[in-house]
Write a protein that binds this ligand. Structure first.
Ligand code: CA
Ligand code: FE
Length: 559
């Protein structure tokens, strides 16, 4: 109750901030214009990006920051409004420019640019760049979605999450950006880590401590976004992004921080973190934060071939059941609890009913599938996952079954390991049919290099026969989608703790149109090359410990 009163009081101040931000996002500013800007050094150090593709347009992003690590969060920019021109061409030399415009980059929004381009042709590749004063940005490549009634062609998209700068090199992005047919990157959270950082490979986080203020978050994003491999992946294809917990605070839930930060301070921190997130992401202006709220759940159509139902499992969720961690207490099964909030659950059900897509991607953060984990000799569920909100898990599954969704596929991240799973309405009934599948991508770097597990021998498979594949290496999932088939290639980096390491395909699964259940078509060599041993009892226990360690709630190894 006390928390409710606090929220109302804070909302009245944050609401004022929200109105002010909306005014600022419209290009208004309390600061004077800088008609002829000049920069001491390159203002485009953060590169360029695009996102939110539609059949007729896309969002183009950049952010002016000659000094992205300036401790005051200014990016080294003066408090003046800078006109930024953008242009879109059909060729990388910009001989055939088809659209151009000007956005006002304001100090209020960290001199970020979110240009919403319309009037482009569907299913087409474009090139774009920005100009500020005499300075010209690097060139980015993007593309539009197919026409809304089209299910022809191929969609190739990468699924990624969890890029802890300090824990490893972003080698996966270099590999991803080199994929010639890459149409889209789908990023499902943990774009930054707010803690002091993990690992000791000479990539310490800036500032070298946990972050709380807008200036802190801007500097942290500035550091991450200075990574050339991450920039290359952004410049290569449009992204669809959604956050998870570490863009704000480890394991936060709605208005509840994971640590003992007072709620009022936490909500101010939440507003600061959301603003920095928006400033750095190629999102539409409708996602501009309003105080402590940001609109992130949305649907993005790729013609009639695919629909991405992008979910927000953080802002509206009930607090962790059973005190968090692993448990099976009755609260986890309480039908009055939700991981999405009931409004978003209704929106998603409606989206299932209205969808005409060949493939419906439920695109979100934590593991959706049931995973019984042996903890201290007892099978338990992870509370910071859909397993901690069992009623939501069942309602969403039932909703796509009832709606007759043609090919439901959940795309997830968060747990810093690759998984492929089949989904069921009732995981405890041995004869229950498969009603969908889930592809969980491992981290880009979080957790450090990790190690491979030979499929089939990990004890979790005995307790969860619907789980099909697991490996504890870093990487991403490359998906190739046509009307008749989806192929998911689980890409792995051999070692993220050295600057250049091999990326290899570890496994491939296929879904055929209208057919339930993943089909494994490739099982690559494990990175160790060690043949699968049968596990002894002692080895089985240590393997369980190993699994739990990677999913610990502790920040240093936290997901
Ligand atoms: Ca996470
Ligand atoms: Fe993570």
């Amino acid at each position: 109750m006390a928390q409710h009163i606090t929220r109302r009081r804070l909302l009245s101040t944050a609401g004022a901030t929200g109105a002010w931000l909306a005014w600022a996002a419209a290009g208004n500013s309390a600061h004077p214009a800088w008609a002829s800007p000049g920069f001491p050094s390159d203002p485009f150090t953060l590169g360029v990006a695009s996102g939110e593709p539609r059949a007729d347009g896309v969002v183009l992003w950049t952010k002016l920051a000659p000094e992205p690590l300036a401790a005051d969060g200014s990016g080294g920019m003066p408090s003046r409004v800078v006109p930024v021109q953008w242009e879109v061409a059909t060729d990388p030399a910009f001989r055939n420019v088809v659209a151009r415009g000007t956005e006002r980059a304001t100090p209020e929004l960290g001199h970020s640019v979110h240009a919403e381009v319309a009037g482009l042709e569907p299913a087409r590749e474009y090139h774009y760049r920005f100009r500020a004063g005499p300075e010209v940005s690097p060139v980015g490549r993007t593309r539009t979605a197919p026409p809304e009634d089209s299910d022809d062609g191929t969609l190739t998209f990468a699924l990624a999450c969890c890029q802890n700068y300090a824990a490893g090199h972003f080698t996966a992005y270099e590999h991803m950006a080199a994929q010639e047919d890459l149409d889209l990157v789908v990023f499902v959270g943990d774009y930054i880590y707010e803690g002091p950082g993990q690992g000791d490979i000479g990539r310490g986080q800036i500032p070298p401590r946990e972050i709380f203020t807008l200036a802190d978050y801007r500097v942290r994003y500035g550091q991450y976004r200075s990574d050339p491999r991450l920039q290359a992946a952004h410049a290569r294809a449009p992204w669809l992004v959604v956050f998870d917990d570490h863009e704000l605070d480890n394991n936060w839930a709605d208005e509840v921080p994971s640590d003992d930060q007072p709620v009022e301070e936490f909500l101010l921190r939440r507003a600061a973190a959301f603003q920095a997130y928006y400033e750095f992401m190629p999102l539409r202006k409708l996602s501009e934060p309003k105080g402590i709220d940001i609109q992130l759940y949305r649907r993005v159509d790729w013609g009639r071939l695919a629909a991405f139902h992008i979910l927000d499992t953080r802002q509206y969720r009930d607090p962790f059941a059973c005190g968090g961690g692993f448990s099976t207490c009755p609260e986890a099964f309480d039908p009055n609890r939700s991981i999405l909030g009931f409004e978003q659950e209704d929106w998603l059900s409606r989206g299932f009913r209205e969808s005409r897509a060949g493939w419906d991607f439920i695109t979100q953060q934590g593991a959706f599938v049931r995973r019984w984990v042996d903890k201290d000799g007892e099978l338990k569920l992870k509370m910071d996952a859909w397993d901690g909100y069992v009623a939501s898990q069942q309602r969403v599954t039932q909703a796509w079954v009832d709606a007759g969704v043609r090919n439901p596929v959940v795309l997830s991240g968060d747990i810093h390991s690759h998984w492929a799973s089949d989904l069921k309405l009732d995981y405890d009934a041995p004869d229950a049919g498969i009603v969908g599948s889930e592809l969980i991508t491992t981290s880009i770097s979080s957790g450090g290099t990790g190690e491979d597990h030979v499929p089939g021998v990990h004890p979790i498979f005995e307790d969860n026969p619907h789980l099909r594949f697991y490996t504890n290496l870093r990487g991403y999932v490359l998906n190739t989608v046509t009307r008749t088939r989806l192929q998911a290639d689980y890409q792995c980096v051999r070692d993220v703790e050295v600057p250049d390491s091999e990326v290899f395909r570890r496994a491939s699964f296929v879904l055929d149109d209208g057919v339930r259940g993943l089909r494994q078509i490739y099982d690559g060599p494990s990175s160790t090359g060690i043949a699968a041993p049968l596990l002894s009892g002692v080895e089985r226990i240590s393997a369980i410990d190993d699994l739990i360690a990677w999913e610990s709630d502790d920040e240093q190894v936290g997901s």
